[in-house]
Design a protein around this ligand. Structure first.
Ligand SMILES: *Cc1c(COP(=O)(O)O)cnc(C)c1O
Length: 385
């Protein structure tokens, strides 16, 4: 028996327990610092718009090398309020990748706009600039690019398209805290960028949270106004807005975790390297290459295989969790029926991706040995089949 098949033989008879995500160790790391911050918030009753929120906004803007950030209640509101600040009106068309989390399209539809889907690139699974260009009409006002799985989309090509057609760009950066494109952090390329601090994101809190960032501090101030009842001074409202503020208790969690973000992302890249070493050339597995000039932050470790569902089942029997982000293209979501036209054969790349992608365990606390075990588990699938 060769070494490889011997180790595969072993894993087949060993039930492991590798969860898709383990937030416990991240929580323990900040426990005492967080307790002190929370105690101060309770002492000072600074629950809403307190110093913790200001510290997070300043800290996250500094981290991104940007002048402005506003904390919000969640990433979906970040998208919605960014679209409103950009002046999107009912009936406007916004180009959105067909392969993303629902919120990217939902935000447009919630404001009465029409999400116009574009296919993704076969290599990167991010917005395909050529297909996006082909979907522009006289009603198109802007474009939402998603840095999917923590991998920057082709910022240069998308910005060139926006310039040429007179469109704004909104970055959906909910999966890409700290990623870089040609040396610069994502989140400052579009007119605005929307962030989520949902617990599973690269920078996550212990509940819901979000933010908007930009090079344009006035536009960020506009988002803050919209998120705080359009209130310019106490009980004086110049805009009809909503209540979508970031909570101080959640901001405190983020203030504790932000100092670890850079090293956590580096660890994710290290783990991704190990996965690549362990899975390259195995069966029909395809890995997603890092785009030239991009620093990816591996929100997900995504592989592609035609036998996705069977592989997932196999890993499950070994005690290895995996997940599918996302099992369907956005144009097929029942909620959008009547708003978008579903055409057979549209979005061939996104459609194939929805059938092929599988996300393996990926978090900074994962050990090298666990990655080896996952890789051995994947290899054993192809040996046993
Ligand atoms: C998580 C996520 C969102 C939404 O963020 P919430 O904070 O959950 O509202 C939007 N877009 C993408 C791509 C996401 O991954």
């Amino acid at each position: 028996m060769s070494l490889v098949s011997l180790s595969s033989f072993y894993t087949l008879h060993l039930i492991m327990n590798i969860p898709i995500l383990d937030l416990k160790r991240a929580r323990l790391r900040i426990a005492s610092a967080l307790e002190a911050r929370w105690a101060r918030i309770l002492e000072e009753n600074s629950y809403i718009l307190g110093p913790e929120v200001r510290e997070l906004e300043k800290g996250f803007a500094d981290f991104l090398e940007l002048p402005a950030c506003v904390g919000l209640a969640n990433g979906t509101d970040a998208l919605i309020l960014a679209l409103r600040a950009l002046g999107m009106k009912p009936g406007d068309e916004v180009i959105v990748p067909a392969f993303s989390f629902f919120a990217t399209a939902e935000a447009v539809a919630w404001l009465g706009g029409t999400p116009v889907f574009a296919d993704v690139d076969p290599e990167t699974l991010n917005l395909d600039p050529a297909d996006a260009a082909a979907r522009v009409t006289a009603r198109t006002v802007g474009l939402i690019g998603v840095h999917l799985y923590g991998r920057p989309f082709d910022v240069d090509a998308i910005l060139a398209l926006c310039d040429k057609k007179g469109l704004w760009l909104l970055e959906d950066a909910a999966q890409a805290h700290g990623a870089r494109w040609k040396g610069r952090r994502v989140g400052g390329f579009g007119r605005l960028a929307a962030w989520s601090f949902y617990p599973t994101k690269n920078l996550g809190c212990f509940g819901d949270g979000g933010a908007v960032t930009s090079q344009d501090a006035d536009l960020v101030r506009q988002v803050f106004l919209l998120a705080n009842h359009g209130q310019t001074s106490r009980y004086h409202h110049t805009l009809v807005g909503v209540n979508s503020r970031l909570d101080s208790l959640q901001a405190a969690v983020l203030n504790c975790r932000l100092p670890f973000l850079e090293q956590d992302n580096a660890r994710r890249r290290e783990l991704a390297c190990r996965y690549t070493g362990g899975l390259q050339g195995v069966g029909d597995i395809r890995l997603i290459p890092d785009p030239e000039g991009a620093t990816c932050v591996y929100h997900q470790m995504t592989i592609r295989t035609a036998r996705r569902d069977a592989l997932m089942e196999h890993l499950k029997t070994l005690g290895i969790a995996s997940s599918v982000h996302y099992p369907s293209t956005l144009d097929r979501q029942p909620a959008l029926e009547g708003l978008v036209t579903v055409r057979e054969g549209d979005f061939p790349v996104a459609t194939a991706a929805a059938q092929e992608v599988l996300c393996l365990p990926m978090y900074p606390e994962l050990t090298d040995e666990e990655v080896e075990q996952v890789c051995a588990g994947v290899r054993s699938f192809y040996l046993s089949a």
